[in-house]
Design a protein around this ligand. Structure first.
Ligand SMILES: Cc1ncc(C[n+]2csc(CCOP(=O)(O)OP(=O)(O)O)c2C)c(N)n1
Ligand SMILES: [Mg+2]
Length: 276
């Protein structure tokens, strides 16, 4: 292993601070949805699972990451900044008029973004198409897609799940960020799609259920998934929305904290809470 879990944990902490700073500077955005996804995104970009070239974003042999839960894009911008696509400072223009750091990923304006998302439910279909295209082109590249758990309410996800079961792209990995909440409440109360792994398994997918906020577990799950070449793989990543600063959100009386940035004072507390 070229990188240690401790190094990934340190990187994850940096990503969290960037997420909090950029959404507070924007005065809008989705910090809690971004924070739950940090360990998986850190492992993808810095754990050696994705090959990419920040100086050549369209490199044909790159691996692809599609953030289907596009509202969590601060986590992706933070990772891309740390990877060298642009500076961390640039990401602080998030959601400002004219900035390329839009509130949802826009592939038309930003090299390195593999799909324009934000309308939930579409990323897995896009990723499936890309995975099959790469297979046709005989390129040894993998497509990673991340959805939310509330996002699974969208029927299009299941059309893609069934089609992937039929066409068996061995280069497609889905990560479901199962953080337990969606916009209007707990996912189990709005529309309970559990057991998630069983549903994908029934469509012929390889499945795993892991603690997605444990950096070692995230790394191990991606190691297993990327070694499977004969069928699509799904990682149900059990996380917590706002992970990293949960006690602070609890004190605010809102464990979902959906779609709202931290106030300047709370952001300062959160950065201090995360520590150096
Ligand atoms: C098709 C569609 N419907 C509604 C929305 C509004 N919306 C934005 S985030 C969100 C909640 C998504 O919940 P989940 O997938 O669990 O993601 P989380 O924020 O928990 O990571 C909703 C409903 C949207 N972006 N797209
Ligand atoms: Mg959710």
């Amino acid at each position: 292993m070229a990188v240690s879990i401790e190094e990934l944990q340190a990187k994850a902490k940096q990503l969290r601070k960037h997420i909090i700073r950029m959404t507070t500077a924007a005065g809008s955005g989705h910090p809690s949805s971004s924070l739950s996804a940090v360990e998986m995104i850190t492992a993808l970009y810095f754990g050696g699972f994705m090959k990419y070239r920040p100086q050549e974003p369209q490199w044909p042999s790159r691996d692809r990451f599609i953030l289907s839960k596009g509202h969590a894009v601060p986590a992706l911008y933070a990772a891309m900044a740390e990877a060298g696509y642009f500076t961390v400072e640039a990401t602080m223009s998030l959601r400002k008029l004219g900035s390329v750091f839009e509130g949802h990923p826009n592939m038309a304006r930003m090299p390195g973004i593999e799909a324009s998302t934000g309308s939930l439910g579409q990323g897995l279909s896009i990723g499936l198409g890309q995975a099959l295209g790469l297979r046709l082109d005989k390129l040894d590249s993998r497509v990673f897609v991340m959805t939310g758990d509330g996002e699974l309410d969208e029927g299009q996800v299941w059309e893609a799940a069934a089609a992937a079961g039929k066409f068996k792209p061995g280069n497609l990995t889905l990560i479901v960020d199962q953080n337990g909440y969606q916009q209007t409440g707990a996912t189990k109360d709005v529309l309970d799609m559990r057991p998630i792994a069983d549903k994908f398994a029934a469509f012929g997918w390889h499945t795993q259920v892991v603690n997605g906020n444990c950096q070692a577990n995230a790394f191990a799950a991606l190691t297993i998934a990327t070694n499977i070449k004969d069928r699509p793989t799904c990682i149900v990543s059990q996380t917590q929305k706002g992970f990293g600063i949960l006690p602070l959100l609890e004190a605010e009386g809102d464990l979902n904290y959906h779609g709202k940035p931290l106030s300047a004072a709370l952001a300062e507390k959160a950065i201090a809470f995360l520590g150096s």
